[in-house]
Structure formats: C-alpha cells, structure tokens
Design a protein. Structure first.
Length: 96
C-alpha cells in the first residue's frame, strides 16, 4: 500500500461548521475504510494547515477518497506521496 500525507485547510464552509469537524473526521475514517483506504494518523494543527493526515491505500483508492472528501466542501487538500526509508533505499538502488 502507498502512504500519503494529506495537508488540509478548512474552507469557509468548514470553518463555519468547525464544531462538527471531529465528527466529520470520524465519518471520513469510516468512509475511507469502506473504500479501501486506511487512516493511519490524524492531527489538528496550527499554522498554514488546519490538519495533517496520514493515509494508506492504492493510488486509485486514495484519489477516489480524496475527490469525495473535497466534493463535500469542508476542506481543501494538498497531498504528498510518502516513502519509508526502506522504500527510498529500493528506489535509489534502481538508479543507474
């Protein structure tokens, strides 16, 4: 499974309904599981982003989940594909 780091920022709608955010996070985790994506970690943050999440799944499943999440209108995301040290070692090992 691929690992992704998701940086999330509340939209105007999301911040207006911020009190519902923990419930939305739990609902997202359940929805993601049904779609083949596992939420490994979720943290609310202060600064440029309102949340940081770590999720795992296939490229297709993660893309589908994040498109569904974005369509709900509460957050906007920036997604980073993450590699463990062992994965990076294997990638570097393929360099000529």
């Amino acid at each position: 499974m691929a690992t992704y780091i998701v940086l999330a920022s509340f939209t105007d709608q999301g911040i207006r309904n911020v009190k519902e955010s923990p419930d939305r996070l739990a609902a997202f985790g359940a929805m993601a599981e049904k779609m083949g994506v596992k939420m490994k970690a979720a943290h609310y943050t202060v600064g440029a982003y309102d949340m940081v999440n770590v999720i795992e799944g296939s490229d297709e499943a993660v893309t589908s989940v994040l498109l569904k999440l974005g369509s709900m209108g509460n957050i906007r995301t920036q997604t980073l594909r993450a590699f463990s040290a062992e994965e990076m070692k294997a990638i570097i090992g393929k360099m000529p």
